[in-house]
Design a binder for this molecule. Structure first.
Ligand SMILES: C[S@@+](CC[C@H](N)C(=O)[O-])C[C@H]1O[C@@H](n2cnc3c(N)ncnc32)[C@H](O)[C@@H]1O
Length: 270
């Protein structure tokens, strides 16, 4: 069977993502489950977004095609960092996320900020059929969680009346841990996928994505600040017996304080 350009681009994306899976033996020996997320981090990101003095690149691009009293769909909303700020201008915001805890934070923040908002609990694109379309669809910091990127993006596109705005880090969000995996476990993890690999999938889908590259202060992901070392250790499947070793590695190669980010957007034909 002929491999299409889309098949090739999506295969590359999903193969590279799979390369980040922690080997079973390491998982089995991990003192605590290494896959976890800290809801406070994403809630704090939304609080920060609401308080920001100026729009980011992604905010401006979403706002550009948002009509007065229009609507925003935020896929992988977390606490609402991508959308609630847009809602303070009067837009109706719909958040989709599989995490009830994060949707709780999203609803609470919407309410305290006077934003008209609805929340749908579920995974995209599985839940897409029961979610209404919107003038602008935003999706920030989600795509590196998504192996089947084409179906995910297709459903974003189908739900947008005017524009889709996707924000992602230029490199895999955990790329900074590559030397730590090597030093602690001799494990080589891939140096991809990257934003360019995601854009290749969009282009193969027949979309015409535009890109803007920028840099932001790193979003707190729980690994910096108090208790950060134990969180890095947990992600790397090691316990306190190896904290000294990890401390030395982190001192030599500290986590980044700034992040290269890419905003990718495309418009619907009207
Ligand atoms: C890194 S957080 C980003 C949250 C928010 N967009 C932000 O920028 O702060 C990723 C979010 O995507 C959600 N998520 C992951 N896979 C998803 C999927 N297939 N459909 C919808 N949401 C998903 C997670 O639950 C989490 O809230």
């Amino acid at each position: 069977m002929a491999v299409t350009e889309l098949g090739r681009a999506e295969r590359r994306w999903s193969d590279l993502l799979r390369g980040w899976a922690i080997p079973d033996a390491l998982l089995a020996s991990a003192p605590e489950p290494p896959y976890f997320f800290d809801a406070h981090v994403f809630e704090a990101a939304a609080v920060e977004a609401l308080a920001r003095g100026v729009d980011t690149v992604s905010d401006s691009l979403a706002r550009e095609l948002l009509p007065a009293g229009g609507s925003v769909l935020d896929v992988g909303a977390g606490g609402g960092a991508a959308s609630l700020r847009l809602g303070t201008g009067g837009a109706r915001v719909v958040g989709v996320d599989p995490s009830p805890e994060l949707l709780g934070a999203f609803r609470a923040l919407a309410s305290s900020s006077g934003v008209r908002a609805d929340a749908h609990e579920g995974s995209w694109p599985g839940i897409a059929g029961s979610v209404p379309g919107a003038d602008v669809v935003v999706c920030h910091n989600v795509v590196y969680n998504v192996a089947s990127l084409a179906a995910f993006v297709d459903a974003l596109d189908a739900h947008a009346k005017r524009r889709v705005v996707v924000e992602l880090t230029a490199e895999h969000p955990m790329s900074w841990t590559r030397p730590y995996w090597k030093a602690l476990h001799g494990l080589v993890v891939p140096d991809g996928p990257t934003a360019d690999d995601a854009v290749a999938v969009l282009a193969a889908l027949g979309l015409t994505p535009q890109l803007r590259r920028w840099t932001r202060v790193v979003q707190m992901i729980g690994e910096t600040g108090p208790g950060g070392l134990s969180k890095i250790a947990r992600r790397l499947c090691i316990g306190p017996d190896r904290y000294d070793e990890l401390r030395r590695i982190v001192a030599e190669m500290p986590p980044p304080t700034r992040r290269d980010v890419v905003t990718v957007w495309w418009d619907k034909r009207r």
